[in-house]
Design a binder for this molecule. Structure first.
Ligand SMILES: Cc1cc2nc3c(=O)[nH]c(=O)nc-3n(C[C@H](O)[C@H](O)[C@H](O)COP(=O)(O)OP(=O)(O)OC[C@H]3O[C@@H](n4cnc5c(N)ncnc54)[C@H](O)[C@@H]3O)c2cc1C
Length: 398
């Protein structure tokens, strides 16, 4: 058999990109991940390496200075990166979502102004919907922007901005009250350029500091406080007030494929660690891999890795074909993140006591996997999306 998580039908260019990234992950990420993660240190050298490889512009069209690759290529790259260290995939994920939104929903001026700089990594995006009082219930957003001359004035608080401090562009979803009856039609997305850093980074905009998280360290996750912050009206994404909810949800759909890919990457790594350890560790006179209970764990883990990878690839290909993939991305995200948690847990058990030691990589994966059950919509929210889609498609005729 071949190694796990192979993908049939890739082009030579895709194969080449993946081989380069895999090599980079093995040499530049895996050897440093534990140390950087325990220090909660931003992976500046790794990010510089990714810029050099052009990964910040991977999916940005060539006419805007990017590599013009598909969502599938991106997802497979993310899978590799997360295999090395999930936080590194976090650095590019929000950037990628924002680039997708600018490309598909931005005005030509916004595309010209942002995409070439995003392709080089000079401009780096973060994505802000969640607030202290809400995450799943996006339509309940309270942060407001009111029109004042050529500007909007923003007031309110945002929560959980991945790359909130290290980015210099926020895709920001706020309430603008367009007079629409349905709550989500009163939401508008802004492209807010701001300096990197923490504290009051611009008049009326404060990024208080990094939230101390249980895992997913190194990459900064922050709050953002808006107090009379002025943003020009031409920063409204696509010059389309009231369209923000749909625009951000389009971003979230590609983000869900990305989270599924991350889950696959972590699960692959957890399997690799387990299968290696199980052949080294001996009990009762033989390697533990020769005890059927452990061998069967490996079989189940590998099957889950394969299933998750196939669903993730299917969801990415569907979106690349131009079709909506809300249900398929939801299914891929649900399955991959739940399986990732299970595979990681099994790998941890196979490591015995050593799995609990900070010297072994599996302890980090154990802290990373739970985030995937939450980010880009919890498992319960994925089930809501999937079941709604099913009931639409299988509507009873009786
Ligand atoms: C490390 C980290 C990074 C993040 N990065 C970002 C980011 O970059 N940008 C951003 O905008 N957000 C980000 N988030 C926020 C994330 O998207 C939300 O945490 C997530 O959507 C869940 O929202 P919540 O935390 O408000 O939970 P809630 O919405 O309060 O949900 C709490 C619980 O109730 C369940 N629940 C809620 N509604 C329903 C329902 N209708 N039916 C059944 N169950 C339900 C949920 O599944 C969950 O179990 C990040 C979060 C974390 C932890």
């Amino acid at each position: 058999m071949a190694r796990l998580a192979q993908t049939a039908g890739l082009t030579d260019v895709q194969e080449e990109i993946l081989a380069t990234v895999r090599d980079f992950v093995d040499k530049e990420i895996i050897p440093h991940a534990q140390h950087l993660e325990h220090e909660d240190a931003y992976p500046s050298d790794i990010v510089a390496g990714m810029r050099e490889m052009g990964l910040f512009g991977l999916t940005i069209p060539e006419e805007y200075g990017g590599l013009g690759e598909s969502l599938l290529t991106y997802a497979l790259v993310v899978e590799q990166i997360a295999r090395g260290w999930m936080s590194v995939s976090g650095v590019i994920n929000t950037h990628f979502i924002v680039a997708h939104m600018v490309r598909h929903h931005g005005t030509e001026a916004q595309k010209q102004g942002l995409l070439p700089r995003m392709a080089t990594g000079e401009v780096r995006g973060s994505f802000s919907m969640s607030e202290p009082d809400l995450g799943s219930d996006v339509a309940a957003i309270k942060t407001r922007a009111r029109r004042d001359g050529d500007d909007y004035v923003v007031d309110g608080a945002k929560m959980w901005l991945t790359n909130g401090g290290s980015s210099n562009l926020i895709a920001l979803l706020v309430r603008t009250d367009e007079g629409a009856e349905r709550a989500h039609q009163n939401l508008t997305a802004f492209l807010v350029e701001k300096p990197e850093g923490f504290g009051e980074v611009a008049p009326g905009l404060t990024i208080p500091g990094k939230i101390d998280k249980m895992g997913y360290k190194g990459v900064d996750t922050t709050e953002a406080v808006f107090d009379g912050f002025r943003v020009p009206a031409d920063a409204v994404l696509g010059a389309a007030p009231g369209r923000g909810f749909a625009q951000m949800m389009d971003g979230v759909e590609v983000g869900r494929v990305n989270v599924a890919a991350r889950a696959c990457g972590i699960a692959i790594r957890a399997f690799e660690l387990a299968v290696e350890y199980a052949q080294q560790r001996r009990t009762f006179g033989k390697p533990i891999a020769e005890h059927q209970a452990i061998a069967f764990k490996l079989a189940e883990m590998a099957t889950k890795v394969e299933a998750a990878h196939l669903m993730m690839v299917n969801a990415a290909r569907l979106k690349d074909s131009g079709a909506r993939n809300d249900v398929e991305a939801g299914m891929a995200k649900l399955l991959a993140s739940e399986y990732c948690a299970e595979v990681t847990q099994e790998s941890f058990r196979i490591h015995g006591g050593y799995g609990y030691s900070k010297e072994y990589e599996i302890e980090r994966l154990m802290r990373e996997a739970p985030f995937l059950l939450i980010g880009e919509g919890t498992s319960e929210i994925q089930k809501t999306i999937i079941s709604r889609g099913l009931l639409r498609e299988y509507r009873s005729r009786s």
